[in-house]
Write a protein that binds this ligand. Structure first.
Ligand SMILES: [Zn+2]
Length: 236
């Protein structure tokens, strides 16, 4: 009976794919029912960093002397015009929310298997300003957080860390002007919720670290909080 149910479910899922085919976000090939957003072939070729278990790794070094993070990591390297770049672009500008969830899940599984980054009380995505949210329709960091959340079995906390003013695009700014652009624009609405908790802050790409630093400055005012950060990618 169970086997029949499974084959009926698998048939329904295959029919669903026939009616609404899904394509790999990298190579555009039809996905099999067991593949999500990225086919297994392309997934095996992603430029993974695998640094969750490394203390003083390249992401943690970005924040040395700036904010006391407990740990930090990223899933992929992002060389100019490479596959990571294309995937992040699809996530941010082409409504490919599934690729964010899938990469988030890969990062979450990697963290779950690590000894340093598997235990958190809350996951907090870096919030988008409501105006930007209105234009884009979704926060790409929410998609990543959802994937990590399912892999780690830790809830996502929305709306407590808040963004208070609109900033223009970060992409073409230098380090100092990026910092001036984001500092003091985050605040915590209900600090008592986060007292004495372990929080994982999630962003899409860590470049200068200015956004994570600004969020951390707001979050680290909470008593007893331990803060870590994770992103899909770092340049290089
Ligand atoms: Zn593919």
């Amino acid at each position: 009976m169970l086997a029949e149910n499974i084959s009926v479910m698998s048939l329904a899922s295959d029919l669903g794919l026939l009616l609404f085919p899904n394509y790999c976000s990298v190579c555009n090939r039809n996905l099999m029912h067991y593949e999500k957003a990225i086919c297994l072939h392309c997934q095996s070729r992603l430029p993974r960093l695998q640094i969750c278990n490394e203390s003083d790794n390249l992401v943690e070094r970005v924040f040395w002397g700036r904010v006391p993070l407990d740990s930090a990591t990223a899933l992929l390297r992002m060389p100019r015009n490479g596959v990571t770049h294309r995937l992040i672009h699809r996530l941010k500008y082409h409504n490919d929310q599934e690729v964010g969830e899938r990469l988030g899940a890969l990062l979450g599984h990697e963290m779950q298997q690590s000894t340093r980054m598997s235990a958190f009380d809350y996951i907090i995505p870096v919030p988008l300003h409501p105006k930007k949210m209105y234009v884009r329709g979704y926060n790409q960091c929410d998609c990543i957080a959802k994937g990590i959340s399912e892999a780690l079995n830790v809830g996502v906390l929305y709306g407590n860390l808040t963004r208070v003013q609109h900033t223009s695009s970060q992409t073409r700014r230098g380090r100092l002007s990026r910092w001036n652009n984001v500092k003091d624009i985050f605040w915590v609405k209900h600090p008592e919720v986060l007292e004495n908790t372990r929080v994982l802050l999630v962003d899409d790409v860590i470049t200068t670290g200015a956004t994570i630093e600004a969020c951390a400055n707001a979050l680290l005012k909470v008593d007893g909080i331990k803060l870590s950060a994770a992103a899909l990618a770092v340049p290089g």
